[in-house]
Design a protein around this ligand. Sequence first.
Ligand code: GDP
Length: 306
Amino acid sequence: MWGLVRGQANPHVSRLRKHIGDVRITTGDLLDQGSLISAVERVQPDEVYNLGAISYVPMSWQQAELTAEVTGMGVLRTLEAIRVVSGVSASRTPGREQIRFYQASSSEMFGMVRETPQNEKTPFHPRSPYGVAKTYGHYITQNYRESYGMFAVSGILFNHESPRRGAEFVTRKVSLGVARIKLGLAAELRLGNLDARRDWGFAGDYARAMRMMLAQESPEDYVIGTGRTRSVRDLVEFAFRTAGLDWERYVVLDGKYTRPAEVDLLCADPKKAREQLGWEPEVGFEELVTMMVESDLRLLGGSRRP
Ligand code: GDP
């Protein structure tokens, strides 16, 4: 297994090595077409998973053009690298040994949702530059499949979380906040919109779904989620309760964390994945939140010891 990093002194490489023992690292940048062609030539992969993106939604308003380049155009460049290295053109469709491509599409593409729950046929209405860039990535993946017969699929994944989630996302911000308050390291937790609803699942379950999609006979897109939606308030209430705390004493609303345009409600209809892939999530919401809070209590509790 290979991981792609931008090169130079990337601080995330050691973290990656710690978690996935036998991963080899090569360099390439989603902004640089030539570097991606070289990487595909060097590695000769059977499968390529594009999980690379500027993925924090608020950042996408601050760096809208960079988000379009990395999160959107980066998909095109990766597809092109695969196409060029495989020698695929419109007149010459790939043979049986083609490189399989997975694109990390996102429930943020549904944005202001047209129906609930959302399935593979639900129209898109993205609400952030991130959502717009992901929508481009989704359509260009579909287009390369239709234009060149490439084995290219999109997984439309709803929010997926784990103790490794970045601290800026609401689940990890809450689990870290609860742990800090419980350990006496903080007195409050500042949050934005508590009414937003998301379909939160466990990242490990979702990574399993990605691999299942590439193991299918034919390339198709799938919605991956739990089918249950909860508000940020539900998340906060449950996370504080697992640590024996009353959230209302600690949570402070802060307008800094509200967004120019919000995605109010996301809820997956994962029927196709269940029926065609045989995929089911194994970790539920309560187990996920408990896992994250306990992990952060250990992390911060451990680091406090002399
Ligand atoms: P997203 O769904 O990919 O944007 O994932 P996030 O975890 O960043 O946000 C999920 C939801 O939580 C959004 O509707 C946010 O508006 C809401 N939210 C409320 N307070 C916060 C906060 O302090 N930080 C973040 N990241 N999200 C918050």
